[in-house]
Design a protein around this ligand. Structure first.
Ligand code: F3S
Length: 283
């Protein structure tokens, strides 16, 4: 029996980089380390870091009351005023904003300074979108649906700059941009979608199509893991959704030749390896 791990399982480049940066900080003894928001959507990692003394700052007020140590900014990035507050409070800043997100901040800052109104295609309230908003010199507008795009109106001479949340669906983004283009404004469009999610889904689907059994690892609240599970299930009837090795109750008939494994964006390598080794050794 063969066990195959999908290539882009687990952390994407930006999340891995952010998590590594926090662990790196914990090597300095006696240092007070904070992350602005949980570094990742994974309880086990956050708990492990907590045991190493890392404290999560939940909002701006908590940050305003912090005056010592180092603050790690997670891959989602933050608005400009958070950097200013970190500096004001004489805190060390470890910036783990994903470079793909940083690129959006730069575009938004520059184009809004040039007088363009910023349109963010994404989910209002998502931390990444909140961060992007905070780099615009003028109030940015968040558009999530066709309906919102159709209803959008502004002065006809107004110039626009459209960017996207990195994890937004490409097809939906294109459809929404088309609606704006038909309105006749002077528009700059920056496709700032990151393909890490799409890549992970495509590889999982390919593997599921060949596998007799698929194991999808990730948190129960992780929407990208759920999506992976649904995709795999559509190709492979025997698809299991587990959080950790402890949830795995596999009974494999002798006829099974290929077991595929994939994992959501916030599943640590350690858990993926444990599952992989277990299946290899026990079946
Ligand atoms: Fe990950 Fe950065 Fe893309 S955090 S999903 S590599 S934008």
């Amino acid at each position: 029996m063969e066990v195959v791990l999908a290539k882009s399982s687990g952390f994407c480049f930006g999340v891995k980089r952010a998590v590594d940066k926090v662990y790196e900080q914990t090597k300095t003894e006696g240092k007070k380390i904070y992350t602005y928001g949980p570094i990742i959507h994974n309880e086990e990692v956050v708990k492990d870091l907590e045991e190493k003394g890392v404290v999560v700052i939940n909002d701006k007020d908590e940050l305003a009351n912090t005056h010592e140590g180092c603050v790690v900014i997670r891959s989602h990035g933050v608005s400009k005023d958070i950097y200013e507050l970190i500096e004001q409070n004489h805190l060390e800043c470890v910036d783990a904003t994903c470079p793909f997100v940083k690129r959006i901040h730069n575009i938004v800052e520059k184009e809004s300074a040039n007088g363009r109104k910023i349109i963010i295609i994404g989910n209002d309230g998502h931390p990444e979108v909140e961060g992007i908003k905070g780099w615009s010199k003028t109030p940015a507008c968040v558009i999530e649906s066709k309906d919102e795009a159709e209803k959008f109106t502004t002065d006809k001479d107004e110039k626009l700059c459209i960017v996207s949340q990195t994890t937004f669906n490409y097809k939906k983004f294109k459809d929404l941009v088309e609606i704006f283009e038909k309105k006749g404004y002077d528009i700059i469009v920056a496709n700032t979608i990151c393909n890490a999610t799409e890549e992970r889904q495509r590889e999982a689907l390919e593997l599921a199509a060949k596998a007799d059994v698929m194991i999808v690892i990730g948190g129960t609240h992780s929407s990208n893991t759920r999506k992976l599970y649904e995709l795999c299930k559509s190709e492979c009837e025997h698809t299991y959704y587990i959080q950790t090795l402890a949830d795995l109750q596999l009974e494999l008939p002798n006829s099974v030749e290929l077991v595929g494994i994939t994992a959501g964006a916030s599943t640590p390598n350690k858990i993926i390896e444990e599952v992989q080794n277990y299946v290899r050794i026990n079946f």
